[in-house]
Design a binder for this molecule. Structure first.
Ligand code: G1P
Length: 274
């Protein structure tokens, strides 16, 4: 039912400099697969096959990754390494990939607004590929959220509890329980100081957004760090309608940080040995 997933991918990835000077952070690999590939796999598994990317200068590698490399295909064809391309070939066959650019770094809210022409008037998923999520026991995180969307038909954000001293890295939400693991949001703040954080329930990079978010974003003024914050637009949406925060099942790695990246690498390496 939800067809489109948007991947904001214009950020500089400064925590990974100098590697990200020329390499998009979304192309950093966990084992042999770039982060963005894991994100697209997750969206496809959740039933979405229209992948939209909001990129920026220096991100051409993303477009090339989701296209056929004839030279490479020719070189590898008939050799015993050919199977290494199976995964990416299958993604290319099964999905449509569309790209647009965010030409100024004006925040996640602005990036989502730029994706409007790729989305149309439908609800859509959003995956921040540097938040790598896994759930070994059942549905992946986006699939879990699609199930909730099917029931409530409103915007849903994925959340997890974080240690109090980390709240200033996240959008933080509070609200009232609707069901187990599901909170109706009544307050939301982007990257608060420890002492002004209303809770330790942090948004992680998975969203399902209803299309009225675009109109709200058009009228959202710059917030934290002078950027147009998706969190501010979501608060407006929560106060005028309904936004649910979902405590997802599974594990999340912050692959935008070196520690999280190494943790994810170790996790997937151990998994590959089983
Ligand atoms: C963005 C959002 C923030 C959210 C975070 C999750 O921040 O603005 O609300 O908690 O992603 O990773 P960023 O990490 O891009 O600064």
């Amino acid at each position: 039912m939800l067809q489109t997933c948007i991947f904001p991918a214009a950020g500089y990835g400064t925590r990974f400099l100098p590697a990200t000077k020329t390499l998009p952070k979304e192309m950093l690999p966990i084992l042999n697969k770039p982060l963005i590939h894991y994100g697209v796999d997750e969206a496809l598994e959740a039933g979405m096959d229209n992948m939209g990317f909001v990129t920026g200068r220096g991100k051409r590698a993303l477009e090339d990754y989701f296209d056929i490399s004839y030279e490479l295909e020719h070189q590898i064809s008939g050799t015993k390494k050919e199977y290494l391309l199976n995964d990416i070939r299958s993604l290319i066959d099964r999905c449509t990939f569309t790209f647009t650019r965010q030409n100024q770094m004006k925040g996640l809210g602005d990036a989502i607004l730029k994706s409007k022409p790729l989305v149309g008037d439908e609800a859509f998923g959003v995956i921040l590929a540097d938040d790598l999520c896994v759930n070994e026991e059942g549905f992946n995180v986006m699939s879990q959220m699609v199930k909730i969307y099917e029931k409530y038909r409103c915007t849903i954000v994925a959340v997890m509890e974080v240690p109090k001293d980390q709240v200033s890295n996240y959008g933080i939400v509070t609200g009232n329980n609707v069901e187990d693991n599901l909170v109706m949001v009544n307050s939301m703040i982007e990257k608060p100081d420890i002492n002004e954080a209303p809770s330790n329930l942090a948004i992680i990079g998975r969203y399902i957004l209803t299309p009225d978010i675009f109109g709200i974003l058009e009228n959202t003024k710059a917030g934290k760090n002078g950027e147009i914050q998706l969190t501010d637009a979501l608060l407006t949406q929560a106060l005028s309608g309904m936004v649910l925060a979902y405590k997802f099942q599974g594990k999340r790695f912050d692959c935008g940080s070196v520690d999280g990246f190494v943790e994810a690498t170790n996790f997937f390496y151990k998994k590959s040995l089983c």
